[in-house]
Design a protein around this ligand. Structure first.
Ligand code: GDP
Length: 357
């Protein structure tokens, strides 16, 4: 864990040595994770024991049905202690300064006695299958902070699957006493939407000096943001930062007021000079106070839970359908018929879905 300073894998081209390929490493991890009983896991997670928390997350991430069963039991037992946190989503294009920002922001929070967990949603990391290698210079202070826990993105083939695992990990982290959960994601695809659906506050990092035209970020993401933080507003770059701030402020005012009644704010920071971070912290606290007293905080969490219930059902229906050997056989037969022009996609689908399995 301590060797992995970023919660995201962004180091392409580094393969694991043959003797420790990702498969065998994963197997070793899984073997270790199965030794302890559910009671042991739960007791130790409640005590804030990090190695147990890590092992429980490994179970959550495992594709082995026995591990999943155990993970489900642990999660269920952890639920009563979950929910007591502020969940913050942070997104932005690679290079905008997410890791640097999370490092200083995280340190700021731990210095107030808070406990910070940093998780990541990065479906592209499935390429390196949860590689433990990373750029050692990132988040190096937070990684050694005993009140911080940093976990890279789980490996997975689908964004839905990766997101589901992250969501379950949130519960485990909260049960272990983490009161601030930061979910980091790269602002390049669909992952922002799923992260938005699991956090209380969604923060978009942007760059100073490129304020004209929203830097290729999709409008939908700007609309989701509760705040835009213009990073790299270093000394000497204040003018550009102010221009960007004004541009984004104008852009945000074009959207109708959010259900939360919160008017999204645009702040500036220099993560590298550690400036503006206190203001970001204060803003998030102001938001949380406001939505807790209006009841929106709980309402949003309830809606998110409903959304996750439905998407879990959808995911599991799909999995149990496609993983069924009878379906697999019938599906390949139907595809064959389809290729020979002997059936239509709709008839084939109807037949497959209507089968007695
Ligand atoms: P990420 O890819 O979004 O996680 O970005 P990183 O945190 O890795 O930062 C990318 C580069 O930008 C690194 O070289 C950082 O040192 C640099 N960086 C991050 N924050 C700032 C900042 O506030 N000012 C300046 N000048 N550089 C920064």
């Amino acid at each position: 864990m301590a060797k992995n300073p970023s919660a995201l894998h962004e180091i392409p081209g580094v393969s694991q040595p043959k003797t420790m390929n990702s498969l065998s490493a994963a197997k070793i991890k899984q073997f270790r994770a199965t030794k302890n009983s559910v009671d042991e896991f739960v007791e130790n997670i409640f005590k804030g024991n990090i190695p147990f928390l890590s092992k429980a997350i490994t179970l959550v991430e495992s594709t082995h049905p026995k591990h999943q069963e155990k993970a489900n039991e642990i999660i269920e037992r952890c639920l009563p202690l979950a929910n007591n946190s502020v969940r913050i989503g942070i997104t932005g294009v690679p290079g905008v300064g997410k890791s640097t920002f999370i490092e200083v922001f995280g340190k700021q929070l731990t210095s107030q006695g808070k406990k910070v967990a940093v998780l990541a949603v990065d479906p592209s990391s499935s390429v390196n299958k949860g590689s433990i290698l990373g750029d050692k210079t990132r988040m190096e202070q937070l990684v050694t902070d005993k009140n911080a826990f940093i976990r890279p993105s789980p490996a997975g083939t689908s964004l839905g699957g990766v997101a589901q695992k992250t969501r379950e990990s949130i519960i485990l982290c909260e049960a272990a006493g983490f009161d601030t959960i930061i979910i980091e994601t790269v602002g390049v695809g669909q992952s922002e939407t799923v992260v938005h659906s699991m956090v209380d506050f969604f923060l978009l990092l942007q760059l100073a000096g490129a304020g004209d035209e929203l830097q290729g970020i999709k409008r939908g993401i700007i609309e989701m943001a509760d705040a835009i933080v213009i990073n790299k507003a270093d000394k000497g770059n204040e003018r550009n930062a102010k221009i960007a701030q004004a541009a984004f402020d104008r852009a945000l005012h074009l959207y109708p007021l959010k259900d939360s009644k919160w008017q999204p704010k645009v702040l500036t920071t220099s993560a590298i000079e550690n400036s503006g971070i206190t203001q970001v912290d204060a803003m998030i606290q102001e938001y949380i106070l406001m939505v807790k007293s209006s009841g929106f905080f709980q309402q949003k969490r309830n809606e998110q839970n409903k959304f996750w219930l439905l998407s879990t059902i959808e995911q599991q229906l799909k999995d149990s359908f496609y993983q069924n050997p009878k379906v697999q056989k019938a599906l390949s037969e139907e595809i064959h018929q389809l290729e020979n022009g002997k059936t239509s996609p709709f008839l084939a689908a109807k037949r497959l879905l209507g089968r007695e399995l």
